[in-house]
Design a binder for this molecule. Structure first.
Ligand SMILES: Nc1ncnc2c1ncn2[C@@H]1O[C@H](COP(=O)(O)OP(=O)(O)O)[C@@H](O)[C@H]1O
Ligand SMILES: [Mg+2]
Length: 304
């Protein structure tokens, strides 16, 4: 089961993402990224974080530890921004925490990265299974860590809040039909690394059993599953996730992504974007060097 912690100090909002997660310290002396129930993305995003994050972990991919975090808005009363205050006030109670990786960096198109096609294939396969629309070149939700010390930097998966798109349409009579729906990989963050999705499919599809999915959905707190129209309580809703994902795993031949863009297409797209960005710069800005799109030359220096 996911561990439970209590937030004791709100450190700062993380504004690079759309949901404005917060960095907090908890009563176990750990530091966590908190995804709030009161964010615009709502409770379903947290359900997706648990289901997909824990599934990824069971399939052997790297995901920082997830915890259930009790949060009292009084802990962040010093936060000066009104919109953050509103978010914290809406989020009293149980929220999702992810172990904070100190010094980790987001993967961007400029990150110099050597990704093994086998690992890339497994990540793309997971994203295709769970219909994750938020692992794109410009919003990778992948981090590189550690960025210092003796260990090799590794890829870590974060932010699965935009996966499981089907759970926004439970009311559709044909929701199960979408279990065979193809997954659009054209803008996937790892498309350029030659993902070996066939190998991933052979290894991972048999592991996604109903038993495994039942264990994983049991980790989602009842409070995030209550009141879904058309379902008689959290357990019935859990069963719907199990049925859908098991059906999709069985149907992998129908959605297995293979049409990755070629290297030349990727280079042409990057070139087109760079030209569009340059053209959009106002004249006065053209006099100063364009540092955007180049790797940040400064060393990482945000340690909590
Ligand atoms: N576990 C973590 N360790 C370190 N930084 C993180 C972690 N999780 C998220 N971040 C940072 O916060 C940003 C926003 O988090 P994310 O989970 O992607 O939220 P959102 O749902 O708002 O996109 C990430 O892009 C990353 O820079
Ligand atoms: Mg994100």
């Amino acid at each position: 089961m996911l561990r439970e912690v209590t937030a004791v100090r709100y450190l700062e909002p993380l504004r690079t993402g759309g949901s404005v997660p917060g960095v907090v310290e908890a009563d176990d002396l750990g530091t966590y990224v908190l995804k709030f129930t009161g964010s615009a993305q709502g409770r379903k995003a947290l359900v997706a974080e648990v289901v997909v994050g824990e599934l990824a972990r069971r399939l052997g991919l790297r995901v920082p530890e997830l915890v259930l975090a009790h949060f009292d808005p009084a802990v962040g009363a010093h936060e000066p921004h009104q919109e953050v205050q509103d978010l914290l006030r809406r989020s009293a109670g149980l929220n999702l925490g992810m172990d904070y990786l100190p010094g980790a960096r987001d993967v961007t198109p400029d990150t110099e990265l050597d990704v093994d096609p086998v690992e890339a294939g497994e990540i793309v396969w997971l994203d295709a299974l769970t219909a994750n629309v938020d692992r794109t070149v410009h919003s990778s939700n992948l981090m590189v860590w550690p960025t210092f010390g003796v260990h090799e930097p590794k890829l870590w998966l974060i932010d699965h809040g935009a996966a499981l798109v089907f759970h926004h349409r439970w009311d559709a009579a044909s929701v199960l039909d979408t279990a065979e729906k193809a997954y659009d990989v054209r803008h996937h963050a790892l498309g350029r690394y030659g993902p070996d999705v066939r190998r991933a499919d052979a290894k991972l599809a048999p592991l996604v059993t109903e038993d495994l999915l039942r264990e994983i959905t049991a980790e989602v707190p009842d409070a995030w599953l209550a009141d879904e129209p058309g379902f008689d309580g959290p357990d019935e809703l859990r069963a719907a996730y199990v049925t859908y994902l098991a059906a999709r795993a069985r149907a992998s031949a129908a959605w297995l992504p293979t049409d990755f863009p070629s290297r030349a297409e990727l280079d042409a797209e990057a070139e087109r974007r760079a030209r569009a960005t340059e053209a959009a710069r106002p004249a006065w800005l053209k006099r100063v060097p364009n540092l955007h799109g180049k790797p940040d030359p400064r060393p990482a220096k945000r340690y909590p």
